[in-house]
Design a protein around this ligand. Structure first.
Ligand SMILES: C[S@@+](CC[C@H](N)C(=O)[O-])C[C@H]1O[C@@H](n2cnc3c(N)ncnc32)[C@H](O)[C@@H]1O
Length: 342
C-alpha cells in the first residue's frame, strides 16, 4: 500500500500550467459544479476552490493521484473525489449525482509525479520497468514493444510520435527482442539512441518521440480525449465551460477541430456551399479562436509550459450533435494486448 502524500507536498511537486488562464476560462461561481478531469496534484482544483465556493469533482485514472484527492477532500469537503477515466465523463458525472455541470477542465498528459517516479516507467531519464500505465492496469509499454508487429510499432511511432525514423526503430526492436525482450526504460532508450545513430547534435534525446508515442498508445490518450469531448458536450449546461490544455500537436488538433466544427466554423458547414450538410445549430461558442499559450516568464519558471495550448468554449443551448470526431489514422487496438500483462 503506498502512502498518501500530504496535500502541501502535492502542491509543490507538480507546478500547474496556465492556471490563471484556466480559472479565467472556467469562471467558477458560487454553487457551481466543476469537473477537474485530470486532478494530478490538484493544482487546478485548488485554484477553482480558492476563487469560488463551489463543488469540484476530482477525477483521475491514477490511483496515486486519487490518494492525493482523498487527502485534499479530508481538508475541504467541497472537493469530491471520483476515480476513473475522463473518457467516461458522462458516467462519472451521473454516478456523482449530477445531471449537468457548469465546467469541465482537462489538463492532458502526465504529471511530474508520474514522470519523476522511475518505477512508473514514463521517463527514459530514469531507469525503471517499461510500464507507462497511468491507471496501473492493462497492457504495459513492455507488452506493446515485445508483442506488436513491426508494422504496428512503426505506425504507433509515426502517428503518435511523428518520429521520422519510425520504421527503422520498429525494425530494430523486432529484431532485438527475438534475442532479448525489452524490460526497462533505459534499455529501450539506449537501444533507440544506437539505432538512430546517437544525438546528432540535437538537444532532445533520440527516444523522446518514441517514448511519447508508446505512452499515448498504452493509455489510449487520443481515444480518451475524443470520448471526453463528446461527453462534455452531453453533460455541460447551457453556458457551461469546456477548458482543455494540451501539450501535443495531435491533441491540440483534435480539440481545435472539435470546437471549430461544433461552433459552426467547419469548412463545408455553410448552408451556401453546394453539397454542404444542412446547417446544424452550434453546440459550442468559441470566443477566442487562437489557442492561449504561456508567457515567456511562465516558460522560464516552468519549462513544461512551453508546449501548452489552452482552448476553451461555452456550451450553447443547442442539442448535442450526432457523429463523432476524426482523430486521425487508425492504430492497433489495445484490446489485442489484453491478457498479455500479468
Ligand atoms: C498534467 S497532469 C494534471 C495536473 C493538474 N492539473 C494539477 O494542477 O496538478 C495530468 C493528470 O491527468 C491524469 N489523466 C491522464 N489521462 C487521464 C484519463 N484519461 N482519465 C483520467 N485521468 C487522466 C494523469 O493521471 C495525471 O494525473
Amino acid at each position: 500500500m503506498m502512502s498518501a502524500p500530504s496535500d502541501s507536498a502535492a502542491a509543490q511537486a507538480h507546478v500547474p500550467v496556465l492556471v490563471e488562464k484556466v480559472i479565467e476560462a472556467v469562471a467558477p461561481v458560487e454553487g457551481a459544479v466543476i469537473v477537474d478531469g485530470t486532478y494530478g496534484g490538484g493544482g487546478y482544483s485548488r485554484a477553482v476552490l480558492a476563487v469560488a465556493n463551489c463543488t469540484v469533482l476530482a477525477v483521475d485514472r491514477d490511483p496515486e493521484a486519487m490518494e492525493r484527492a482523498w487527502a485534499h477532500a479530508g481538508k475541504d469537503s467541497r472537493l469530491v473525489p471520483a476515480a476513473g477515466r475522463f473518457g467516461e465523463l458522462e458516467a462519472i458525472v451521473r454516478a456523482a449525482g449530477h445531471e449537468q455541470v457548469d465546467g469541465v477542465m482537462l489538463d492532458l498528459g502526465v504529471s511530474s509525479f508520474q514522470i519523476d517516479e522511475a518505477d512508473r516507467g514514463f521517463s527514459f531519464m530514469r531507469d525503471g520497468p517499461l510500464d507507462m500505465r497511468m491507471a496501473r492496469r492493462g497492457p504495459s509499454a513492455a507488452d506493446a514493444v515485445n508483442e506488436l508487429t513491426e508494422a504496428e510499432l512503426a505506425d504507433i511511432f509515426h502517428v503518435l510520435g511523428e518520429e521520422p525514423a519510425a520504421r527503422r526503430i520498429a525494425r530494430g526492436i523486432v529484431h532485438r527482442r527475438k534475442e532479448q525482450p525489452f524490460v526497462t526504460t533505459m534499455d529501450l532508450a539506449d537501444f533507440i539512441e544506437r539505432t538512430v545513430g546517437g544525438r546528432q547534435g540535437k538537444r532532445t534525446h533520440p527516444a523522446t518521440r518514441a517514448f511519447q508515442a508508446l505512452r499515448m498508445f498504452v493509455n489510449d490518450e487520443r481515444g480518451e480525449l475524443v470520448r471526453a469531448l463528446l461527453d462534455a458536450e452531453k453533460v455541460l449546461k447551457p453556458h457551461g465551460r469546456l477548458v482543455v490544455v494540451t501539450f501535443h500537436s495531435i491533441e491540440d488538433r483534435i480539440v481545435k477541430t472539435f470546437l471549430r466544427d461544433r461552433s459552426g466554423h467547419a469548412p463545408g458547414m455553410s448552408r451556401h456551399t453546394p453539397g454542404a450538410p444542412r446547417a446544424v445549430a452550434p453546440s459550442f461558442e468559441v470566443l477566442q479562436r487562437k489557442a492561449i499559450e504561456a508567457t515567456d516568464e511562465e516558460v522560464d519558471a516552468n519549462p513544461r509550459a512551453r508546449s501548452a495550448r489552452l482552448r476553451w468554449a461555452l456550451r450553447t443551448e443547442a442539442p448535442c450533435w450526432s457523429g463523432g470526431i476524426d482523430d486521425g489514422p487508425r492504430l492497433p487496438g489495445l484490446q489485442q494486448l489484453e491478457g498479455v500483462a500479468g
